[in-house]
Each structure stands twice: as C-alpha cells, then as structure tokens.
Design a binder for this molecule. Structure first.
Ligand code: G3P
Length: 221
C-alpha cells in the first residue's frame, strides 16, 4: 500500500520524506489555506521535494475553468495529478485530461456509485472520504470494501486513495482490505511510528549501558 501525506506543510513533507515513507502528496484548497502562505509557491515547492504523485486541486467549478487550471497546475511538474471534484463538470474534465495522458484524482467521493463513475471517466485515483462518512454515522471503511469489490470485478486500473483518514486504525483496516493508497495527515503518521513499549525498551537499554560507564569501562562505540 502506498502512503501519501495529506498536507501542504513543507516541514512535515520534508520530515517524512527524509524517512523514506512518502510515495506522494495530496493537497486541497483547505490544506493550502491553513498554511497561510503563497499557495502557488507551496504547490511548486512540494512538486520539487516529492518525486511521486502530487495531487493539486482545481478551484473552478465549470469544465473550461477546470481545464485551464489543470493545465497550469501540470506545468508545475510532471508528477502533478490534477484533482477535480466529483461533479458532472469534474468528470468531463477527468475524461479530457486522462485522454491526454494527464492523471486525475477525483475527490469528494462518498458512494460506490460515484467511485464507479469516476473510474469510467478514466480517473487514476478516486478519493473516498471515510472520516467524513464516519462523522455522520455511516461506515466509511465499508465504502472502501465496496469500491474494492467493484473495481476487482471489472479489473478497473483506477486506484483507491483512502482520504479523510483520522487515526491509525483506519490505516490498518484500509491495508487489510487492500486499498491502493492511504493519504495521511501528519499527526496520524506520527502516531503510527510510536508505541509505548518502544520508548520503554529504549530507555531501559540506555539505562543498562549507563551502568557499564559507572564501572569505568570503555562504552564508546
Ligand atoms: O484528503 C482529504 C482530506 O484532506 C479531508 O480530510 O479530515 O478534512 O475530512 P478531513
């Protein structure tokens, strides 16, 4: 399963990229707005740091505007995936971009039917928002299961990019189902790295090593 980071924060992107954990990045207008700086500079910088796919989202709601914006976003880097919303105009733009060989991520997917239609339009990725479904009392992970089954039935090449991930358990469940990608907020990836027994174990190792020092033994490795 590929791991993308769901952020426009350059510091977090560099931090996790240096650990070799990132296969790509997803951004959206809210994430860019949250950072507060020049959004275009941030998007350009991200495409330079990350070699994998970087989803950059259009903000036009009609077809011709999406096409113009998508082409400008693609000029930032060969690794740019144009992100369009799950609307009739979004699917029309998806079809046009994908027939030109430009990869598309269809976002704001909340049903299996929407995912099926986005795949038919040629999307490279569909982004079901599982956390937001959980928020309204629907089972977000069940949507991932349904999409996985449908895509397998018809051998769609479209990849399932699990979005709106809120905690590490979402990641385990998505991996068990066989989702292609999870896009993670930095705090979820941080939590996945940690386990209290790892910290306790390391503290104990270091305390025991300290005992050797107190016997005046050479402990420099
Ligand atoms: O990738 C989509 C994500 O940014 C939305 O997450 O937590 O706002 O539902 P959230």
């Amino acid at each position: 399963m590929k791991i993308f980071l769901d952020t426009a924060n350059l510091e977090s992107i560099k931090k996790f990229n240096d650990m070799g954990l990132l296969d790509g990045i997803t951004t959206n207008p809210s994430l860019l707005s949250k950072e507060g700086g020049d959004p275009k500079n941030a998007m350009k910088e991200i495409t330079k740091i990350i070699h994998g796919d970087v989803s950059l989202e259009v903000v036009s709601t009609e077809y011709s505007g999406m096409m113009e914006e998508g082409k400008r976003l693609r000029a930032y880097g060969e690794n740019v995936v144009v992100k369009v919303p799950m609307t009739p105009d979004g699917l029309k733009a998806c079809k046009s971009f994908s027939s030109q060989g430009i990869p598309v991520n269809v976002t704001l997917i909340f049903s299996a039917n929407q995912a099926l239609l986005a795949a038919k339009s040629g999307a490279k990725y569909v982004s079901p928002f599982i956390g937001r479904l959980d928020d309204i009392g629907q089972d977000g992970m069940n949507l991932i299961k349904e999409i996985k089954e449908i895509f397998s039935n018809y051998a769609f090449k479209t990849q399932i990019l699990v979005a709106s991930v809120r905690h590490p358990l979402h990641v385990i469940d998505a991996a068990k189902i066989g989702a292609d990608v999870v896009t993670l907020p930095p705090d979820v990836l941080d939590k996945m790295l940690q386990h209290p027994l790892t910290k306790i174990g390391l503290d104990n190792f270091l305390a025991d090593w300290e005992k050797l020092k107190q016997k005046n033994l050479d402990t420099k490795i």
